[in-house]
Design a protein around this ligand. Structure first.
Ligand SMILES: [Zn+2]
Ligand SMILES: [Zn+2]
Length: 271
C-alpha cells in the first residue's frame, strides 16, 4: 500500500484530463481525488504499490490526445485509508496560471452523431464533446469550469446534465456540453435590408435573448436551425456575401463561381 500526491502541468484543462484521471484511477482500483487548480491538475491516489506506479506513468503516457503534459511532480505521502475516487471542486490559486487548450475541430464521433437522424443532436451546429469543440475562445478564467466560460448562461438540460455527470460518457465533464434544447443556436441577420422577407425572429439581440437562456423544444429548434442554414445557402446561391460568425471571428462566404459575387466581396474588402 502506498500513496502519491501528484501535480500535473501543461495543457491539462479543457482536454478531458480530469475524466481521464478518474477513469484511470478506477480501472486500477485506486482511491483518491483529482481537481483543477489555476496552475494545473492535482491528484492524490493510494492503493496497491504497483497500481500506484502504473498510474503515475500513465498520467503522461496515456494522457488524452489533446493534452500536452509538461511535468508530473510526484510526492510520496502517507496512505489515509481512502475509499473511492472523486473529482473535487476546482481551486483558484492567486497569481498562478495554467495553459489552456485552443479550440478543437469537431471530432469524428461528434461528426457521426450530427449526421445520424436518430441522434438527439442530429444537425446541431454546436455539437462538441470532451475531445473537441470550443475552448480558448469561450474561457474567461481558469480553473476551466463551465461558470468561467461563456457557456455559463446556458443551463444544461437534463439529458446533457446526465452525460456531464456520467464517467462512462464521452461528455463526462465536457464544459461546453450543449444541444438543441439547452445550447447556443443559430441566428441570421434577417433585419438587414439585403435579407428582406426573412423571419425577424431569426435576428439576434441581447434584449431578445436574456440570460439565463431558456430550454427549448428540440424539434422546433431543429426546424428553425435547418431553415436558417437553408436561407443562408439560398443567399449564397443568389450571389450574396454571407459573413459567417464562428468562434474566433467571421468567415466571409460567397459563390466563387459567381463573378458578380466575387467582385462585390473584393470591393467590400477593398482588395
Ligand atoms: Zn467531439
Ligand atoms: Zn442539452
Amino acid at each position: 500500500m502506498k500513496a502519491l500526491s501528484l501535480h500535473v502541468t501543461g495543457v491539462v484543462q479543457g482536454v478531458g484530463f480530469r475524466p481521464f484521471v478518474y477513469n484511470l484511477a478506477r480501472s486500477l482500483g485506486l482511491a483518491g481525488s483529482v481537481h483543477n487548480a489555476s496552475d494545473g491538475v492535482y491528484c492524490t491516489v493510494e492503493g496497491d504499490d504497483a497500481a500506484v506506479d502504473t498510474f503515475a506513468l500513465a498520467l503522461r503516457d496515456e494522457a488524452p490526445p489533446m493534452a500536452v503534459v509538461d511535468e508530473v511532480v510526484a510526492e510520496a505521502v502517507e496512505p489515509r485509508g481512502l475509499t473511492g475516487f472523486v473529482i473535487e471542486e476546482s481551486e483558484a490559486r492567486s497569481g498562478a496560471m495554467t495553459l489552456v487548450s485552443p479550440d478543437i475541430a469537431t471530432c469524428p464521433a461528434c461528426t457521426a452523431e450530427a449526421a445520424d437522424p436518430s441522434d438527439r443532436r442530429h444537425r446541431y451546429p454546436f455539437i462538441n464533446c470532451t475531445n473537441c469543440g470550443p475552448r480558448f475562445t469561450v474561457i474567461d478564467d481558469v480553473p476551466y469550469d463551465r461558470p468561467a466560460t461563456s457557456m455559463a448562461e446556458f443551463p444544461m438540460c437534463p439529458e446533457c446534465a446526465a452525460e456531464y455527470a456520467d464517467p462512462a460518457d464521452r461528455r463526462f465533464h465536457a464544459q461546453p456540453d450543449a444541444c438543441f434544447v439547452c445550447g447556443p443556436r443559430l441566428y441570421l441577420d434577417a433585419l438587414s435590408p439585403e435579407c428582406g422577407g426573412l423571419d425577424p425572429d431569426w435576428s439576434w439581440s441581447p434584449e431578445r435573448e436574456p440570460a439565463p437562456r431558456p430550454h427549448r423544444d428540440r424539434d422546433a429548434e431543429r426546424t428553425r436551425s435547418d431553415a436558417i442554414v437553408d436561407a443562408a445557402a439560398r443567399l449564397l446561391r443568389e450571389g450574396r456575401v454571407v459573413a459567417v460568425k464562428g468562434l474566433g471571428g467571421y468567415q466571409l462566404a460567397c459563390d466563387a463561381t459567381n463573378e458578380t459575387a466575387v467582385t462585390t466581396l473584393r470591393e467590400r474588402k477593398r482588395r
